[in-house]
Write a protein that binds this ligand. Structure first.
Ligand SMILES: *Cc1c(COP(=O)(O)O)cnc(C)c1O
Length: 420
């Protein structure tokens, strides 16, 4: 299906109906003005050219309208987050009322655990995948501490077997079998940031729910990359950021999903703020708190409009391209990358990421035996922006919106040079 040649790569680009989306992004360049091979959209997505226009509009409205912009701006700031809801809901496969953009990822994770991690003396443990992103691990450990539990006892790691890099579903089943009645929460990174392994969300949710546990996902590496079908999965909650595959700029706001079955539950404990209160009476200030039904009821503060404007710009690009089209291209692009790496026939190289496209997104995590960070430095010098994870893994993620088949071809060429 694939061929190892630049002609083949160029031909794929020529026949790619999404190739013109690359021109809608700023591609970082080297000192001589040559475009870099940017394969780091899993860490920070590139800037859509539209973004500055959307930001400028809000700055102008602020300059011209001051506080009146809350109601009089072209996109009024008061309901601004609502302008993101439909497209964000499509990105994560949720109903609009299940989704809200607010806060940042780790903050949302904590707020979700306030509501959904309600331990008892018998059922208090949290399962996460080992090699979870450090912030997620700190967050769940601190929640255990906060409720008076020792993470050494309360935190269960779903680990790859010795000598393996991926987590097996049957090992999660085994954990549930052994310790199920003590497990309050499964909190899994939907697509593991290190290995690139995409987990079966629905299967995990069914397993957790059958055990009487709450199930939540961190979609930091899932949103805009895979289709998590959150509603269908049945997960209780999910959180994500928008600056990785969702291209909304460094430190931008996060997203949050609460399944509709929790939308109207008056007994649900939560930490509250005025933005989560009934919109009709929000400004009466002294009303007893009355949460907006659905995910919006978890909002605390009036949000950062400039970041929201950047998210809106990015989601408009996604809408234009269509997520299914992007995913179809991504499967091919990452497949091409995998093919070329295998063609290197270098026995120092091992791809950790699953080879089944259903079990991965854009990213491949490439383990290079006995390599060190110099390899990454050399690649950077050769014009490749990738990501290094100690001790020996390079992560590369061709993003279907702005990466080309030629990018992928040139990367593997550089990798080969640097390895020799
Ligand atoms: C990127 C990432 C984070 C970062 O958290 P912030 O709160 O946005 O700084 C957390 N968890 C995972 C799994 C990530 O990939």
């Amino acid at each position: 299906m694939f061929q190892n040649s630049i002609d083949f790569a160029q031909n794929c680009d020529a026949n790619d109906s999404l190739s013109h989306f690359r021109e809608k992004f700023y591609i970082p360049k080297d000192k001589d003005g040559n475009e870099l091979i940017y394969l780091c959209g899993n860490s920070l997505g590139l800037q859509p050219k539209k973004t500055s226009e959307y930001l400028k509009k809000e700055l102008e409205d602020w300059a011209e309208l001051g506080v009146e912009g809350h109601t009089e701006a072209e996109h009024p700031w008061m309901p601004y987050h609502e302008f993101l809801t439909q497209s964000m809901a499509r990105i994560v496969g949720a109903k609009p009322k299940e989704v809200v953009v607010m806060n940042s990822l780790t903050a949302n994770l904590h707020f979700m655990m306030v509501s959904f991690y309600r331990p008892t003396s018998k059922r208090y443990k949290i399962v996460i995948e080992s090699d979870a992103f450090p912030s997620d691990k700190y967050a769940v450990e601190s929640q255990l501490h906060f409720h008076g539990f020792d993470p050494r006892d309360g935190l269960i790691l779903w680990k790859p077997r010795k000598g393996e890099n991926l987590c097996r579903f049957e090992d999660l089943e085994e954990i549930i079998k052994q310790q199920g009645d003590t497990i309050a929460l499964l909190m899994i990174g939907s697509t593991n940031y290190y290995s690139g392994q995409a987990f079966p969300l629905k299967k995990i949710t069914e397993l957790g729910h059958a055990n009487g546990s709450i199930v939540g996902f961190d979609l930091a590496h899932g949103a805009g990359n895979i289709q998590p079908n959150l509603h269908e999965s049945g997960a209780d909650f999910a959180v994500w950021c928008t600056y990785k595959y969702l291209n909304s700029g460094p430190g931008s706001l996060g997203g949050c999903f609460v399944h509709e079955r929790h939308a109207n539950n008056p007994d649900m404990k939560r930490f509250t703020g005025w933005w989560g209160h009934n919109k009709q009476t929000r400004f009466n200030m002294r009303h007893e708190f009355e949460p907006i039904p659905g995910a919006e009821g978890w909002q605390l503060s009036n949000p950062a409009i400039l970041s929201m404007a950047a998210i809106r710009a990015s989601l408009d690009v996604f809408e234009e391209a269509g997520f299914d089209n992007l995913r179809e291209k991504a499967v091919k692009l990452t497949g091409f990358l995998e093919f070329l790496i295998k063609e290197l026939n270098d026995n120092r190289i091992h791809i950790i990421t699953p080879s089944n496209p259903e079990e991965r997104g854009c990213q491949l995590s490439i383990q290079v035996n006995s390599a060190n960070k110099a390899l990454h430095t050399d690649l950077t010098k050769a014009g490749v922006i990738s990501d290094w994870r100690e001790p020996d893994v390079i992560r590369v993620a061709p993003a279907p919106l702005y990466n080309s088949f030629v990018d992928v071809f040139k990367f593997v060429e550089q990798l080969k040079k640097v390895l020799n």
